[in-house]
Design a protein around this ligand. Structure first.
Ligand code: IPD
Ligand code: CA
Ligand code: CA
Length: 269
């Protein structure tokens, strides 16, 4: 891996996310029904996602000419010959945004061979920027953050989410019930990137979800790890996590306990 100034990249990405956030806030409540497309069942997109993605890519491209782009709305070409790749979800929590629920984020990661090395998750309405770069620690609006010190699942607040495809949901309800029985409570924000950022900041003690894509989790995973937490897939592998479609993250202390419950999930990948 080359010695790129990751701290500087974080600053540029945070600035781009904040600028994109201004645009997203201005469009809140203004998107008309006919401007919303259902990409597949329950998965929505509007011009806000697409315009935001373009803005972010324009700001990031000059930092690493030749780096690839893996973006949710696919407005950028992926150059597969580069080891470096920007992984972007311009608007994580699109359903919340379109319903006027003020919980959505911008997620930007840089990956080296598909392992995240820097990340920014920006909570658009709270104006909170969660940032991290490899070996540089995790920060919230410039202040250092760390995961919680809750030691048992019984005392933990656990976040999760549910797949858009209803067909995947029944197999998860069993795990959900188990986690509900064995934790202090469950939260569902509607933005996977924020679920991870909140875990990094100690607001959640753990998080699990399936059927995710790399752009939902790449930045958040690095932020959790740099905040002293642990991130793995449901099979407890931490490498290649962006290809797994299932992720769990925690403060580290409750990881194995939660892993025991989620590893019962019948996964097809
Ligand atoms: C979604 C959010 C949500 C998660 C979904 C994701 P989107 O992303 O992260 O929390 O449960 O699985 O697809 O579609 O709003 O970018
Ligand atoms: Ca997303
Ligand atoms: Ca999105």
């Amino acid at each position: 891996m080359g010695s790129y100034p990751l701290e500087k990249f974080v600053a540029v990405a945070e600035g781009a996310a904040r600028e994109a956030g201004q645009f997203i806030r201005a469009e809140l409540g203004r998107v008309r029904a006919e401007q919303v497309l259902e990409k597949e069942k329950n998965s929505l997109v509007s011009y806000v996602d697409i315009e935001t993605e373009r803005m972010l890519a324009d700001a990031l491209r000059p930092l690493l000419p030749g780096a690839g782009f893996l973006t949710e709305e696919s407005t950028q070409a992926l150059h597969s010959d580069s080891d470096y790749c920007w992984i972007i979800d311009p608007l994580d929590g699109t359903t919340n945004f379109l319903k006027g629920i003020p919980v959505f984020s911008v997620s930007i990661a840089l990956a080296f061979r598909m392992e995240p090395i820097m990340g920014v998750v920006y909570d658009v309405m709270q104006e909170e920027a969660f940032t991290a770069w490899q070996d540089g620690g995790a920060h919230l609006n410039g202040r250092r953050i760390s995961v919680s010190d809750v030691g048992q699942l019984d005392d933990a607040i656990v976040a999760t989410g549910f797949p858009y495809k209803a067909g995947y949901r029944p197999q998860l309800s069993e795990i959900f019930t188990e986690v509900l029985h064995h934790s202090r409570g469950i939260r569902r924000l509607g933005s996977a990137a924020l679920d991870l950022a909140y875990t990094a900041a100690g607001r959640f003690d753990a998080y699990y979800e399936t059927r995710l894509n790399a752009w939902d989790i790449a930045a958040g995973i690095l932020i959790v790890r740099e905040a002293g937490g642990r991130a793995s897939n449901f099979r407890n592998a931490s490498g290649g996590i962006l290809r797994a479609h299932h992720v769990m993250a925690s403060n580290g202390l409750v990881h194995d306990e939660l892993l025991q419950l989620v590893s019962k999930a019948p996964l097809d990948d």
